[in-house]
Design a protein around this ligand. Structure first.
Ligand code: GAL
Length: 333
């Protein structure tokens, strides 16, 4: 008799929880990340989860670790579990179009997070002014070195942000190039966002060029690799190096004088903005905050584009530390 009651309780509890979710209209949000090659993604994940739950949403999270097929399968699994909205950091900007197609078959809208999903009927895009990020790097380095030999170490072509960064970096220095002041002597893309790749390309660049004055790196991991290669030639600290993300290693490199600057994209801002948007989209509420549009090759995608900031030796205290970033990484001010 008692075991009968226990069985009944085991049956009723999940049913009650399910009904509670439905009654309270809990929005089910699927968050698909790529990999954790940059430490920022841990913060993106944690803050996004925290905010979504705070807003009363139910969250499912997965990461593809750079595997395009895996990301598609993860999307499929989440759609089968009944998510109301998908938020995706694409492992590949082009291939993720298949995820959007599939989601729309389930009538589930997709929000592209940080990286744009190209050539599809994408619903929303939440990111930063990524071309501007590249411009900020070139602006900063060209003020310190208006005449000289420049190298560009770009992110992988599979990430639309790499292309936007490169566009910003190169279009900013174009007038200097036309004047003959800056020479772009090296420009190559890595295969993945890693310090090993930054190191490989910096070595290649140094082998092919006698003198390099400045290196525009797509992010801090690439900058770290480039600095390692420069160290081997006793050039670290003499060649200007840019980066992106304000990673712990970049802050240390900036303090040591090896890296000139980095661009910080406030992670809290993007995570909270995307979580808010996801809940609203999931509830089918009107969206008024997506005031920008971004061409993804097929359509003008309604976007929220946030602002990035330059971090250098002089303003570290006011920028990343003020953001609570270093505290989270247990770094001393
Ligand atoms: C880019 C992103 C950068 C950096 C990089 C490597 O898409 O915009 O902030 O983190 O990926 O993960």
């Amino acid at each position: 008799m008692i075991s009968k009651y226990i069985k009944l309780i085991f049956f009723l509890i999940p049913l009650a929880l399910l009904l509670q979710d439905c009654q309270h209209g809990k929005v089910k949000v699927g968050f698909l990340l790529d990999d954790f090659s940059s430490e920022r993604w841990y913060r993106d994940r944690d803050l996004f989860i925290e905010k979504t739950e705070e807003l009363g949403g139910k969250i499912l999270v997965d990461s593809a670790m750079g595997d395009i097929k895996k990301q598609f399968e993860q999307a499929k699994a989440m759609l089968e579990k009944g998510v109301d909205v998908l938020v995706v950091v694409p492992a590949n900007s082009e291939a993720a179009a298949a995820i959007v197609k599939l989601s729309h078959r389930y009538e589930v809208p997709v929000i592209s997070y940080d990286r744009l999903i190209k050539n599809c009927d994408l619903d929303y895009y939440v990111s930063f002014e990524n071309t501007r990020v590249g411009e900020l790097m070139s602006d900063y380095l060209s003020k310190r070195c208006p005449v000289g030999n420049y190298a560009v170490i770009c992110g992988p072509d599979s990430d639309n942000n790499s292309r936007m960064l490169k566009l910003g970096q190169t279009q900013f220095i174009q007038p200097f190039i036309e004047k003959g002041d800056i020479k772009l002597v090296f420009e190559e893309c890595v295969n993945e966002w890693s310090s090993e790749e930054g190191y490989r390309l910096m070595k290649k660049c140094l082998a092919a060029n006698e003198k390099i004055d400045a290196v525009l790196c797509g992010n801090d991991a690439l900058a770290q690799g480039a600095i390692e290669a420069l160290k081997e030639k006793d050039l670290a600290g003499q060649v200007l190096v840019s980066g992106q993300d304000a990673e712990t290693v970049a802050i240390q490199n900036i303090m040591a004088g090896y890296q000139t600057m980095t661009v910080y994209k406030p992670i809290e801002a993007i995570a909270i903005t995307a979580a808010n948007l996801a809940i609203k989209v999931g509830k089918g509420e009107p969206i008024t905050e997506a005031i920008h549009t971004t061409n993804n090759g097929q359509k003008m995608v309604q976007s929220i584009l946030l602002e990035a900031m330059v971090v250098n030796r002089d303003n570290i205290n006011m920028t990343v530390i003020a953001e609570g970033y270093l505290k989270e990484h247990n770094l001393k001010q």
